[in-house]
Design a protein around this ligand. Structure first.
Ligand code: AMP
Length: 188
């Protein structure tokens, strides 16, 4: 089994969304991670964009770590073929196990769960708990409303302008690969 150089966590929808481009981007991301020998860390579901990314990463020979709470195994169709599957008791434990196992976060289109995961890791950076890179993949401008909301919060004096520097926004998968390459440790 090939070793991996670093681990990249993917936060993304448990649904595919209405735009088929999003599923393609999830597949391209999974394949890109595998090609670079970066392990995919994710929520272990075999559904939505999560499933697309994991299947593509595995098909390309990549390593995958899936972390899922027991009560979601059926609902999110836990993928049994990931390289490593960790079953937790709670959602909080899931996020903690993921956090201790990744070097960077990538956020693809998703819903409330994805936003929750993004804001948690962003707020942890804001209070200095970590310096792991956080990257929004803004393909097709999907995250523009989120970006506008963050600008609004800063403009209204509820966050330091520095909040913007705690995450980066990339337009496509090649730009994501380059940005990760610059920020990831060379070896784990
Ligand atoms: P969504 O973006 O709503 O499709 O959710 C994406 C993923 O986030 C799913 O695997 C959800 O189970 C997960 N998720 C949602 N809320 C939480 C939470 N509070 N802690 C951990 N995972 C969550």
């Amino acid at each position: 089994m090939a070793a991996f150089l670093a681990s990249v966590c993917l936060f993304c929808g448990a649904r595919p969304g209405i735009d088929p481009d999003h599923a393609q981007i999830a597949r391209d991301t999974g394949r890109m991670l595998a090609d670079r020998q970066w392990r995919l860390v994710y929520g272990a579901g075999d559904i939505g964009l999560m499933g697309e990314a994991a299947r593509a990463a595995q098909a390309a020979g990549g390593q995958t770590l899936g972390v899922i709470p027991a009560h979601l195994m059926r609902r999110e169709q836990a993928r049994q073929t990931v390289t490593t599957l960790i079953v937790t008791e709670t959602m909080h434990e899931r996020k903690k196990v993921m956090f201790t196992n990744y070097d960077a976060v990538v956020v693809l289109p998703g819903g409330a769960g994805t936003l929750d995961e993004f804001f948690e890791v962003l707020t942890w950076a804001q209070i200095g708990l970590h310096q792991k890179p956080i990257m929004l993949l803004d393909a097709g401008g999907f995250w523009q409303p989120l970006s506008a909301l963050i600008d609004h919060v800063i403009a209204q004096g509820f966050a330091e302008p520095d909040l913007r520097n705690l995450f980066s926004t990339v337009p496509d998968v090649p730009a994501l690969a380059e940005a990760l390459n610059r920020r990831l440790p060379p070896h784990r």
